[in-house]
Design a protein around this ligand. Structure first.
Ligand code: ZN
Ligand code: ZN
Ligand code: FE
Length: 730
């Protein structure tokens, strides 16, 4: 609890009035109380402001016209990081106060929202590199406008004792700044300096020397550990790949000079330097000084700017772009506890650059491509998302299996968790369970409804069904569609084109090439890709050549792979049928000779998109009679063109156009008054997205695509929450 008797003496007015205001939204940890204090000072008003568990309470006293001006300015002049929602506003009896104070926080029921972590601001950067400043080169400086929030908060109200900074008593200088209403660190809860704050586990110069010598360093960041190394050195990056057991999936880079590595347009530049500081996937420059093994075979690089003072110091001193990849093995959750990191990253890292400020909550870096989120985590979580139908009872939605997230509702808002990794490992499952508990505590939500996928084998489904609550099963692709509708604040009815790898269909087959007619509560399947067998089940996902073989057979064309006759025998015993669009893309990738075997999900599709590039081509024809899209038609056309020696880039382009064209045809046949939403992991493919959108718009449809949550399974839990809210509300 913070007692603060900062006085600001004002002249009592002749005819005073007093109002009590409740303010919700994001108003804690964003410099809101200092702002209110300054505002009251300027308008010469008395009273107090305090944080409680619902947000902020203000009582303000003075001449009525200045009180009105005060209320208007609360919204119009609020700090950049705040989101102000004015609540109850009551006239109460004046008390004759003569000062405006920041009063101690009070406890109660409910929970204010914690803001996301914010990248180091310009003012703090200025101090970091000013030799005359007392925080010169101090790796943990911050202020009311920047620094850690979500990752260090243990509870609400957001005050220092409820953060992981509680174990660092402020020195006299910091205390003075913290208590001075004119200081930019007035009530900056994570305030710290070299005399009183957190410290690095090794001298920074040592860490810099190690990186320059080619060492792999585990670096403790904001929401977890990174593995860092010099991105220019092929031998070093290759060693990191080998130790991390990550074959081809690109590594993210942190750099002070992104323009030297990637070609950026204005929008990408803006995203890169936004306060959320996401990883931005952009086109690699041919002269970029980066080891080839950073992103093998891909013209894309994921780059981000430094976002903590420690990162700024490291980047500046090492003077090279650094690989900054999540501290984990393959698709495990990121390590954030110090002991856990030592254990899991010890075999990968040559040394640890840690510090003694505990991380309370894991939060990985966010990833965007163009304006589309691929992973929504640090900087965005736990900012709320809209629920078009408010949840009349608290809901927790547990997501799917890969790219796991969960989502908790409070009335008309949904709080989506950061990325948790793939829920296949025991480690990820434990992270899921413990992070969910942390969230429910933070939001003070006791879920009455648990929404889940229909897939009975998902660990998330099993967790949900074990929970003593009302269960709402949500079909995977309906959840994708609902996520896209909900993020735009819409409730349907709509058509939804949902293309992804595999999701459980209510008919026992695997879905994933779906056109649905839906609203938030209900859906109907109006068209779908014709199912083909997955030879060998999951093996067919790892080995796209199997999909190519299955499709070639369906197309009545010869199968060139010599392994096929053996694998073909498995069709009788292990070949679930799938209408997944991702599998059709896999098949095309293998057919065009891109790769027979993939090392990460969606790799073949990514490479097929690259091959197509911006090549113009007329679409391949594809029969869509009775709502069954004959994917084999596209494969047949591609096969015949390939045999005739047509350029593979043109074939890849004609295939993309063919999928987009038949999709538009199917939507037109289904007909709808509402919009068409585009969702599912296949729409991370921008050629497919843009072409489908253009063809739908040419037919007069209004098209919605993802801007706030990922089209992949990272958005599923949010969609499940939106569906559950609509069903229980109906
Ligand atoms: Zn700052
Ligand atoms: Zn200090
Ligand atoms: Fe999916």
């Amino acid at each position: 609890m913070v007692a603060d008797d900062t006085f600001l003496v004002v002249r009592p007015p002749e005819f005073p009035a007093r109002r009590r205001l409740r303010v919700g939204g994001v108003v804690q940890g964003v410099g809101f109380r200092p702002f209110v204090h300054r505002l009251a000072g300027r308008l010469e008003l008395a009273g107090f402001v305090l944080n409680d568990e619902l947000g902020v309470v203000i009582e303000v006293e003075g001449p009525p016209e200045r009180l009105d001006a005060f209320v208007v300015a609360l919204t119009t002049e609020a700090p950049a990081l705040a989101r102000v929602e004015l609540g109850a506003d009551a006239a109460i009896e004046p008390r004759g106060d003569t000062a405006f104070t920041i009063a101690p926080s009070s406890a109660g029921a409910g929970a204010a929202l914690i803001p996301p972590d914010v990248a180091t601001c310009e003012d703090c950067l200025g101090e970091l590199f000013d030799p005359a400043d007392r925080r010169y080169r101090y790796p943990f400086l911050n202020c009311t406008g920047c620094g850690p929030r979500f990752t260090i908060v243990r509870g609400v109200p957001y005050d220092r004792p409820l953060t992981t900074m509680a174990c660092f008593p402020m020195c006299g200088d910091c205390r003075r700044e913290y208590e001075d209403p004119t200081d930019r660190r007035f009530h900056a809860e994570p305030i710290a300096c070299p005399a009183c704050g957190p410290r690095l586990s090794m001298p920074l110069e040592e860490a810099v020397a190690l990186l320059r010598e080619g060492a792999i360093l585990a670096v403790k960041g904001l929401g977890g550990y990174h593995l860092a190394c010099d991105a220019r050195r092929e031998d070093v990056v290759a060693r990191l790949r080998a130790r991390k057991h990550r074959e081809d999936k690109p590594f993210a880079l942190m750099t002070l000079d992104p323009e030297a590595l990637v070609a950026l347009d204005a929008r990408e530049r803006e995203l890169l330097s936004a306060r959320e500081r996401p990883i931005v996937l952009a086109r690699r420059r041919t002269d970029a000084q980066v080891a080839a093994s950073v992103s093998p075979g891909s013209p894309w690089l994921g780059v981000m700017l430094p976002y903590t003072p420690l990162h700024h110091l490291l980047l500046r001193d090492v003077d090279a772009p650094l690989v900054m990849t999540s501290g984990n093995r393959s698709d495990e959750p990121i390590a954030f506890g110090d002991e856990d990191a030592r254990e899991r990253l010890g075999p990968i890292a040559d040394a640890f650059l840690a510090h003694d400020r505990p991380i309370h909550r894991r939060c990985e870096d966010s990833v965007v491509r163009a304006e589309h989120p691929i992973r929504r985590s640090r900087g965005f979580a736990p900012a709320t998302l809209p629920l078009p139908v408010a949840a009349c009872r608290p809901i927790v939605a547990v997501g799917a299996e890969l790219k796991s997230t969960f989502c908790v509702t409070r009335g008309g808002e949904a709080v989506l968790s950061p990325h948790l990794g793939d829920l296949e490992s025991e480690l990820a499952y434990r992270a899921f369970v413990s992070d969910l508990e942390l969230y429910l505590q933070m939001l003070r939500v006791e879920p009455e409804i648990v929404a889940h996928d229909l897939h009975p084998q998902y660990l998330s489904t099993k967790w949900a069904l074990d929970r003593d609550a009302e269960h709402v099963g949500v079909q995977h692709h309906h959840a994708h569609a609902a996520a896209c509708l909900a993020e735009h604040g819409e409730g349907g009815p709509a058509l939804a084109v949902v293309f992804d790898g595999t999701g459980y269909g209510p008919d026992g087959t695997l879905w994933g090439g779906e056109v649905l007619r839906c609203d938030l509560a209900t859906f109907e399947r109006v068209a779908h890709l014709e199912p083909v067998p997955l030879p060998g089940g999951v093996a067919a996902i790892r080995e796209p050549w199997r999909m190519a073989a299955a499709y070639l057979e369906a197309a009545g064309r010869p199968v060139p792979w010599s392994r096929w006759p053996v694998v073909r025998q498995s069709l009788a015993v292990n070949a679930p049928r799938s209408s997944g669009m991702g599998r059709l893309f896999d098949a095309m990738g293998a057919l065009l000779g891109l790769r027979d075997v993939v090392t990460y999900e969606g790799q073949a599709a990514v490479e097929l998109e690259l091959l197509a590039g911006a090549t113009a081509a007329a679409p391949y024809g594809c029969n869509a009679a009775a709502g069954v899209l004959r994917g084999a038609d596209l494969v047949r056309a591609a096969h015949d063109d390939l045999a005739a020696g047509r350029d593979r880039r043109q074939i890849a382009a004609a295939f993309h156009e063919g999928v987009a064209a038949v999709t538009a045809t199917a939507c037109e046949a289904a007909g709808s008054a509402g919009p068409v939403v585009l969702s599912g992991g296949s729409f991370q493919n921008l050629r497919l997205l843009h072409s489908t959108r253009a063809r739908l718009e040419a037919r007069g449809f209004r098209v919605l695509e993802h801007r706030r949550v990922p089209p992949n399974d990272g958005g599923i839990s949010y969609g499940q929450a939106a569906v559950a809210a609509a069903r229980i509300g109906a």
